[in-house]
Write a new protein. Structure first.
Length: 150
């Protein structure tokens, strides 16, 4: 597995990974433990909800997004995750949806105080099998540099 350092995250770099198939029983299991709302737990209750059917929890969708990141063919020399910006759940995720993730680098810079690392800002877009966007966000991560410049 190849490593990606700060220098590899050029603005406009696009990486895609997928797919992940969301199973109905997984939606139930996740919701029972982490987000026990009726529209995540019961098909009949979900039909009368604003969603009109069973949907995955937002936390579950974030977990899938993280799982997909770890399936990329390269490994980020990650020091730490720093945060999320502009996190939007655009459309519901339903049983049997096939999700794919696209990551676009929108910024990178060397740390002002620690030259052995830098900050990368990525735009993440999670889409279903119809090409519909289900989640968008920006992530900010701290990444090691390949060559430290003092």
């Amino acid at each position: 597995m190849a490593s990606m350092y700060l220098e590899d995250y050029k603005e406009g770099l696009i990486r895609t990974v997928g797919e992940y198939i969301v199973e109905e029983n997984e939606i139930f299991e996740f919701a029972r433990r982490w987000d026990p709302e009726p529209f995540h737990l019961d098909v009949e209750d979900a039909k009368s909800s604003v969603f009109g059917g069973l949907v995955a929890s937002s936390t579950h969708i974030l977990a899938i997004r993280s799982w997909l990141i770890h399936k990329l063919p390269d490994r980020t020399e990650l020091i730490a995750g720093l945060g999320f910006n502009h996190l939007w759940f655009v459309a519901p995720v339903r049983p049997e949806d096939r999700l794919s993730l696209t990551i676009e680098t929108i910024e990178n810079r060397v740390s002002k105080t620690k030259p052995d690392r830098g900050i990368v800002k990525n735009k993440l877009t999670l889409t279903n099998q119809k090409g519909e966007i289900v989640l968008t966000s920006q992530e900010v991560i701290l990444v090691a540099r390949r060559f430290s410049k003092s």
